[in-house]
Write a protein that binds this ligand. Structure first.
Ligand code: AHR
Length: 841
């Protein structure tokens, strides 16, 4: 490898002089890295809101997680059909034909009948006489033969109810009974097999619905306890809204948050809290979108709804609770509203024009609820829900991951209406398009492989300083990173150095998703894992914490010099391929040529067995090669891995489904190739995608476009050296350049904390070897010898934390007396290091 020295920023370096060793890390490479901090050259002020949180009800983040309710399906509404959708066999389908596998849960999902010692009873759902019409389903329990022992309902919560010795739990439920039943019930917490840990009697159940409350104190700890409500005599009892909360919640709010999880969030010192999503803002149908007005007020009045991550959502943690939680976290509320579009990745229903006014009014009402005076309609509603003081909502997101012409038009209408009434509300747009008019902040999302984060550590260096600000509203390192390992955390940290350095542009950022109940991972990785009893932060959690806790006020000019890291990727040769995504398509007359010579051709008169398929339903018939399944990322490859610099031509047509068709070049397999996506993104866009080790990156930003079903297109892809040219019916659509995936390096950012008089330097060694570096602080002779160094690392980059080993990868801090203006330091492989160095007064 040639050791060319590369300057990563435009600073003039001073010569190195005295060197001392701080002693952390191993010194197993020569000092080839120089980090220079110019304490005399201040850069941008760092946004006070740079590091915040993104919360979405996904992975049981709320129900079965942060929301401290311990009973699963307390409202018996789990079997409601997803709003605005129909059930077809084992699928739910929206009005645009988007579908997802679905099993209708039974109404008493989470509940089991218990019949002690030969007693006998029966349960069944009913809805003719509910506590509240907005929450129509409830459960009937008939005790036929009590035999002097109990018949009851047991609920094991969300994969167990965790109880702690000496703690108390608040029970609340609605019940009524027939004239036969004696009105007496017991409520208890017990082991899975019935050992009672704490029990109370409840008397006075009558023929009218009444709410009953009771507090159970338990004498044992058990992470997998169950709750039981039972009777001992003949008769029928009806139940609804059976709830159990720990008496102690975060800040002791009733209907509040689980303490350990909330404290983990608080420890991240979030400056803002984005809610309620995510895709849930949009819904799988418009009817299924998050509708805040249905999530406030008495719990019995909240219908709950189907969560598009595929479970029942009580909305117990509703709009008011989100705002209250922001206040309790001391984080600025950021509400994301629906803009008259359901999730565009799920078919995207569009609200009719005459309905849009009501969507806009809904947002204005939401802001009034959060910020209006008690004399206003929704301010009064807030006061009646227990919070007369406004919540001071600061940010409003106009849509989530929305795009395209309808979004551009709707955005303008929302923006105009919001700014007319609330000129100071800071608004966030999903994209930046000339048709959108004024944009204050743009929300960028990145779920990308490690090399994306290395490459984009300098992304924001070149952003327009006069353009809109950036909110990196969702990001996380994906790919071969387990459930969120050290490698992922270090890649994110590399990217974060760039966000912090450019915090005049990047004003906010949030990792996503935040929480996962490890019993039901809908999305991976996530920042914090938990089960009923315990929780842990992933290595990424500690990176977030290290950056937030060590956020300076102002950036100092910082450079890293190190030998250029050469790419190991070998991507400029390979087979040709055909591909589809949620669509069926046919391909014909395939030819691959190189310098006038035909390397391969297939007219599909017969199946010659030379195609290797991955997913999908591929077959040769009548001179075409057809893929007639509707799966995602189907592929079929042929040719030779050594092929390079060739031209692929064929005819292709879409025969059904949501998207168009795709051609691949330089293909190794379905995880490594370069793919031209024609009519992707719901048949709205063409783009060249680089699929590397299972992760997509786009070359360029793509162009708007679609394909007609049934129409044959002539398609051509030319690859030569680093150039890829794509033609549709003879028209050049893309002319893009292949780039190697970035190799990891050493990244650094530094700043001054005026409040504490410290220089804070963050160094990310994303390489797989320890790097010994000279660290020079120029422009100040006041750096004290004593300072602290905090390091996050672990022997293996694949190391992770878990319920069993919650802090296997966690930062260690030590005080060192060998700093000053020049020192050497060995940065462990795959590590994130933060120095805090005091400047003498
Ligand atoms: O964070 C998970 C999902 O990712 C969010 O709901 C959505 O905004 C994005 O696609």
């Amino acid at each position: 490898m040639t050791a060319t020295i590369r300057l990563k920023a435009l600073a003039i370096l001073v010569a190195l002089t005295a060197i001392s060793c701080t002693g952390t890390g191993t010194n197993d490479t020569d000092t080839q890295v120089t980090i220079t901090v110019n304490a005399g050259i201040e850069g941008p002020e760092i946004s006070p809101d740079l590091y915040g949180l993104f919360f979405e009800e996904i992975n049981h983040a709320g129900d079965g997680g942060l929301y401290a309710e311990l009973i699963r399906n307390r409202d018996f509404e789990a079997s409601s059909i997803p709003e605005g959708m129909r059930v077809e066999g084992h699928y739910i389908v929206n009005s645009n034909g988007w579908k997802q596998e679905y099993e209708i849960p039974f109404a008493h999902w989470g509940w089991a009948l218990i019949e002690d010692k030969g007693s006998n009873g029966i349960i069944r759902p009913e809805s003719s006489n509910p506590v509240s019409a907005s929450n129509p389903n409830y459960l009937r329990m008939t005790i036929n033969k009590p035999k002097n022992s109990r018949v009851g309902l047991a609920n094991g919560g969300y994969w167990g109810i965790a109880i702690e010795k000496g703690a108390s739990y608040r029970v609340s439920f609605y019940a009524r009974c027939d004239e036969v039943f004696d009105g007496n019930l017991t409520v208890s917490l017990e082991s899975e097999d019935g050992t009672v840990y704490g029990i109370n009697n409840v008397e006075g159940v009558s023929e009218e619905w009444q709410q009953f409350e009771s507090t159970i104190t338990v004498a044992f700890s058990d992470p997998k306890a169950r709750f039981v409500i039972a009777g001992k005599v003949k008769g029928t009892v009806w139940f609804d809204m059976i709830s159990l909360f720990p008496s102690e919640t975060f800040k002791n709010r009733p209907n509040g948050m689980r303490k350990d999880l909330a404290e983990k969030l608080e420890a991240l010192k979030p400056s803002f809290f984005r809610f309620p999503g995510g895709c849930v803002v949009e819904g799988a149908s418009l009817e299924n979108r998050f509708q805040w007005k249905k999530t406030i007020g008495p719990l019995t009045e909240r219908p709950g709804h189907w969560n598009l991550w595929n479970y029942h959502w009580t909305d117990g943690m509703g709009y008011h609770e989100y705002l209250q939680f922001c206040e309790d976290l001391n984080a600025a509320p950021m509400y994301i509203c629906n803009v008259g579009l359901s999730c565009q990745a799920r078919g995207g229903e569009i609200a009719p024009e005459d309905a849009l006014e009501s969507y806009i009014q809904d947002v204005l009402d939401a802001i009034e609820y959060a910020n209006g005076p008690v004399s206003s309609k929704w301010g009064a509603e807030r006061a009646s829900n227990g919070h007369p003081k406004p919540f001071d909502m600061k940010y409003l997101g106009i849509g989530n991951e929305n795009h395209g012409p309808v979004y551009h038009e709707n955005y303008q209408k929302f923006m105009a209406a919001i700014k007319a009434v609330y000129p100071d509300m800071l608004t966030i747009a999903c994209e930046n398009h000339p048709d959108m008019g004024a944009i204050e902040i743009i929300d960028e999302h990145y779920y990308m492989p490690p090399h994306f984060f290395y490459e984009n550590a300098s992304r924001y260096d070149s952003y327009d300083r006069n353009g809109p600000k950036i909110f990196v509203g969702e990001y996380a390192c994906h790919g071969p990173v387990g459930n969120g390992n050290l490698l992922a955390a270090v890649a994110e940290a590399a990217f974060m150095t760039g966000m912090e350095r450019n915090s005049d542009v990047v004003v906010m950022a949030a990792y996503a998703p935040l929480l996962v109940n490890v019993n039901d991972r809908k999305w991976n990785p996530d920042l914090i894992g938990f089960d009923s009893a315990s929780s842990y932060g992933t290595p990424s959690y500690y990176v977030q914490q290290m950056f937030a806790a060590n956020k300076p006020d102002i950036i100092l000019k910082t450079t890293v010099e190190m030998p250029a890291q050469e790419s190991n990727a070998d991507i400029r040769h390979g087979r040709i391929g055909l591909s589809t995504y949620e669509a069926s398509a046919e391909f014909a007359d395939i030819e691959v040529t190189k310098d006038g010579e035909v390397l391969f051709s297939d007219d599909f008169t017969e199946d010659n067995g030379c195609w290797q398929t991955y997913n999908g339903n591929w077959g040769v018939k009548d001179g075409v090669y057809a893929q007639d399944g509707d799966g995602q990322n189907t592929f079929s490859f042929t040719g030779d891995l050594s092929w390079t610099d060739y031209t692929l031509t064929c005819r292709a047509r879409k025969t059904g489904g949501r998207e168009g068709f795709m051609l691949a070049v330089y293909g190794k397999d379905n995880h490594n190739n370069i793919r031209w996506n024609v009519g992707g993104w719901g048949n709205t866009r063409h783009a060249v995608q680089f699929l590397y080790e299972g992760n997509f990156l786009e070359y360029g930003t793509g162009v708007a476009g679609s394909v007609e079903t049934g129409r044959w297109y002539d398609v051509k892809v030319e690859v030569k050296g680093d150039s890829i040219k794509c033609y549709l019916d003879g028209e050049l659509i893309h002319d893009v350049t292949i780039t190697d995936p970035a190799e990891p390096e050493v990244y650094a950012v530094s700043g001054r904390s005026r409040e504490t008089n410290e220089i804070i330097i963050k160094v990310v060694n994303a390489t797989s070897s320890a790097q010994s570096a000279s660290v020079n602080i120029t422009g100040s002779d006041k750096i004290e010898k004593e300072g602290t160094v905090t390091v996050l690392s672990s022997p293996d980059p694949t190391d992770e934390n878990s319920i069993e080993e919650p802090t296997k990868v966690s930062p260690k801090t030590e005080t060192i007396k060998a700093f000053g203006t020049e020192f050497t330091h060995s940065f462990p492989a795959n590590s994130v290091t933060v120095f805090r160095l005091r400047e003498k007064e």
